[in-house]
Ligand binder design. Structure first.
Ligand code: UDP
Length: 411
């Protein structure tokens, strides 16, 4: 997967490949090729080629060893999130104030405790699965976990930043990112997952298998998206799909908040589909929802090319993924013509698309394993605990959290 200037030059002069299934869609793009864009000699295409080339030439692996046993790839994220507390440290009063924004947890004598109430029990379960694994090796500490979607600690106005753990944020927030509950439990409930998308270990295997069943050459050369209208940023893709069904298959599904056709942009909701179904398409789209969307990580496992729209909303593993190396970035709120342009570029440059798709897959497969998530939690909590500037004592009002028997079952 070594892209050099030379291979890029070969790529940009070669024609895009079409599979039988995609004959119609490819006709459109090859028409465009033969009239205006035969060798990507327009300025927009050259800019894309140059960005890919620079990124691939500069890219260095994030871990010294390929298996990344020390989970180095994500370390900078907790280092950055905790930086602010290096200066101000964390007091007992800070923790008390932070409990307005989440659930209070405690590690005491290698055991895990929390307040009896948890706003989203399945989300707490998803978090506790990992905390219980690492509690025996952690020092005493108190911490507050926000299980809502939205971050809580604005960095703009606060003088004293409160220590609140949230799964997702933008650079406007000072929340400490933790690996979302959905790696184990409590993810969004859709028809196919009535109790919520969870068990990343199981999803990894299943989607990976579907990805192998649809190798690149067999994939349909269309963009694909299914999801609800949690953000209007998705509208232009859905509208483009309606006018260009040969280029894109994107439609809104119904979520629990659905009230009328307005919530699916004046059309009947589409059926929900599995992640495995996504794997038959070459180009998969990710958008923010209320915060970061859980969809992102799943899409890579298809070995399809991921188009990631907007770069503001993060989860802990996003910074290690590099635009143009692992996915194709699009500015937030892309217009229909911007989407069309970039898709047509990658249809003409199939080898580049395939290389980026493979690199994205490789990264998620090797660096977002269950052990990477556990390892991230461990580094995060160990280093967080060092910032507490008071003695952590037992609190009899909290309940002890114990491992669920079902957690021992592999699947
Ligand atoms: N989803 C899915 N199949 C569908 C629709 C949605 O697997 O047909 C998944 C989607 O990938 C995401 C979750 O359900 O992980 C919630 O998607 P939605 O668009 O409703 O919300 P988001 O969290 O992306 O804002």
């Amino acid at each position: 997967l070594n892209i050099t200037a030379e291979t890029i030059q070969q790529d940009v002069t070669s024609k895009g490949m079409c599979t039988e299934e995609t004959a119609n869609g490819c006709e459109d793009s090859s028409k465009a090729e033969s009239t205006t864009n035969n060798r990507n000699d327009d300025a927009a295409s050259q800019r894309i080629v140059s960005k890919i080339e620079k990124t691939w030439v500069k890219y260095k692996s994030c871990s010294a060893e390929p298996q990344d046993p020390k989970c180095e790839c994500h370390q900078k994220v907790w280092q950055k999130d905790l930086e602010v507390f290096q200066k101000q440290s964390i007091t007992k009063q800070n923790i008390k104030d932070a409990t307005k924004f989440g659930t209070l947890y405690k590690i005491f004598n290698q055991k895990l405790y929390r307040t009896a109430d948890c706003f989203f029990p399945a989300r707490c379960e998803g978090i506790e699965y990992f905390l219980l694994k690492i509690a025996p090796s952690l020092p005493n500490m108190d911490f507050v976990v926000n299980t809502r979607d939205y971050p809580q600690v604005s960095g703009r106005f606060a003088r004293d930043v409160l220590p609140v753990f949230s799964f997702s944020k933008t650079s406007d927030y000072r929340d400490i990112m933790y690996p979302a509950w959905t790696f184990w439990a409590g993810g969004p409930a859709i028809k196919l997952f009535p109790t919520g998308i969870g068990r990343w270990d199981i999803q990894r295997e299943k989607i990976n298998k579907a990805g192998l069943e649809f190798p690149w050459e067999k994939k349909i050369a269309k963009g694909f998206f299914r999801g609800s209208r949690t953000s209007h940023e998705r509208d232009s893709l859905v509208l483009l799909s309606r006018s260009n069904p040969n280029l894109i298959d994107a439609a809104y599904t119904k979520n629990q908040a659905w009230k009328s056709l307005k919530d699916t942009l004046d059309e009947e909701p589409a059926q929900e589909v599995s992640f495995e179904y996504h794997c038959q398409f070459k180009y998969l789209f990710n958008f923010r929802g209320v915060a970061a969307s859980f969809r992102f990580k799943h899409l890579f496992l298809c070995r399809s090319l991921v188009f990631h729209v907007g770069n503001e909303w993060l989860e802990f593993f996003y910074p290690a993924l590099k635009p143009w190396k692992h996915y194709v970035p699009l500015d937030k709120n892309p217009s229909q013509s911007e989407i069309k342009e970039i898709m047509e570029f990658f249809r003409r440059n199939d080898d580049l698309a395939k290389n980026i798709a493979e690199a994205g897959y490789e990264f998620i497969w090797h660096h977002l394993r269950m052990e990477d998530i556990e390892c991230y939690w461990k580094h995060l909590m160990t280093n967080y605990s060092k910032l507490l500037k008071y003695e952590v004592v037992e609190d009899k009002s909290l309940i002890e959290i114990k491992e669920k028997k079902s957690n021992n079952q592999k699947r």
